[in-house]
Write a protein that binds this ligand. Structure first.
Ligand code: F6P
Length: 360
């Protein structure tokens, strides 16, 4: 009998999901295996089961296509994230049903492509005896165990392009421009794009900011005849001694929705500095579109190594980027604690060395 594996995408989408799906299905086909794509996240494994065969023709054009052809979910019965990043244990009956779903579909293994939430679930499934391997996805780059998640490079490219565009309009109008980027509690998109896009101020969650410090930077630039200032603010950045800014009420069993800090910063900076200030919220543009070259290669390596792990029966592992090659780490080692930008690490020190204010 032909070996059959499943592939599932969970959590928020990002560029490169389809490229991983393609790589998994292609690498599996090379071994003579079939691949089923599970639709709508893990829910597709439950009755009424929803899936599609990922044969040769189903893979056309997937390398460059944004989003996920399988659909995804970050709510419902398999939602593992609550509040500000906490994880919840799934009920045993749900894990039993999932196991039955795998058996009913004839799947001998599952590739779970997801971030901290989906991979926390993958870990619970592994502990429940479900043969599973993980692939680290998220534009936030906040997973431990891997140097980089796929989707991050594409999101940074989008944010850097936005900064380049804001630069010229800020300069033309002598304005302060505040760009709010995603990234949850980590700050990776903000610091990478901020350095790549020549920002003057970068505000990240790991370094609480003060308005005095931001305005001092604006004044210092004015003194040097630089009449405009570019500020990048991570959605999870917060003023010293203040709480996160959230955009909506907390829904049950869902992670808190960050957003709105850009407008708060802009209003306060305008009021204190007297400079005309505008905000741009990049939002889901960072999650859409085609993956960068780097992400396409990373996704291809991740998919290929995930299939190698299945062939070796090496379950409960996540494929991880280790700088040059991709290899396995325990899923348990990657989930449950966020990888944030170290306040005194190489990126922060580089920013400071270049005269960029980190708002502290
Ligand atoms: O985790 C990816 C991410 O895009 C975060 O950066 C952001 O806070 C969140 O998802 C947005 O989620 P939603 O698509 O549910 O609004």
């Amino acid at each position: 009998m032909t070996k059959k594996i499943g592939v599932v995408t969970g959590g928020g989408d990002c560029p490169g999901l389809n490229a991983v799906i393609r790589a998994v299905a292609k690498a599996a086909a090379q071994r003579g295996w079939e691949t089923l794509g599970i639709l709508g996240g893990y829910e597709g494994l439950l009755e009424p089961r929803q899936f599609r065969a990922l044969d040769y023709h189903a893979l056309d054009g997937l390398l460059i296509r944004g989003g996920t052809i399988l659909g995804t979910a970050n709510r419902g019965r398999f939602s593992a994230k609550v509040g500000h990043g906490e994880t919840r244990q799934l009920p045993k009956e749900l894990l039993d049903d999932t196991k039955r779903g795998m058996e009913a579909l004839g799947l001998s293994a599952l590739v779970s492509i997801g971030g901290d939430g989906s991979l926390s679930i993958a870990q619970q499934m592994h502990e429940h005896g479900i043969p599973i391997v993980g692939v680290p996805k998220t534009i936030d780059n906040d997973l431990e165990g891997t140097v980089m998640t796929f989707g991050f490079d594409s999101a940074v490219a989008c944010a850097t392009d936005a900064l380049d565009r804001l630069h010229t309009t800020a300069e033309s109008h002598n304005r302060v421009m505040v760009l709010e980027v995603m990234g949850r509690y980590a700050g990776w998109i903000a610091i990478y794009a901020g350095i790549a896009g020549g920002a003057d101020v970068i505000l990240i969650p790991g370094i609480p900011f003060t308005y005095d410090s931001i305005c001092a930077k604006i004044r210092a630039r004015e003194a040097q005849e630089k009449k405009f200032t570019l500020i990048v603010v991570a959605e999870g950045a917060r003023e010293k001694d203040a709480d996160f800014v959230t955009s909506a009420g907390q829904e049950a069993n869902r992670e808190a929705r960050l957003g709105g800090v850009g407008a708060v910063v802009a209003a306060e900076v305008q009021q204190r500095s007297g400079k005309e200030t505008r905000t741009c919220v990049l939002g889901h543009l960072q999650r859409g579109g085609t993956p960068t070259t780097f992400d396409r290669v990373l996704c291809s390596m991740f998919g290929a190594v995930a299939v190698e792990l299945i062939a070796a029966g090496d379950f409960g592992k996540m494929v991880a980027f280790m700088g040059q090659q991709v290899g396995p780490v325990e899923i348990a080692q990657a989930v449950g604690r966020l990888k944030t930008v170290p306040p005194n690490g190489g990126l922060a020190r580089t920013a400071r060395a270049l005269g960029i204010s980190l708002g502290d």
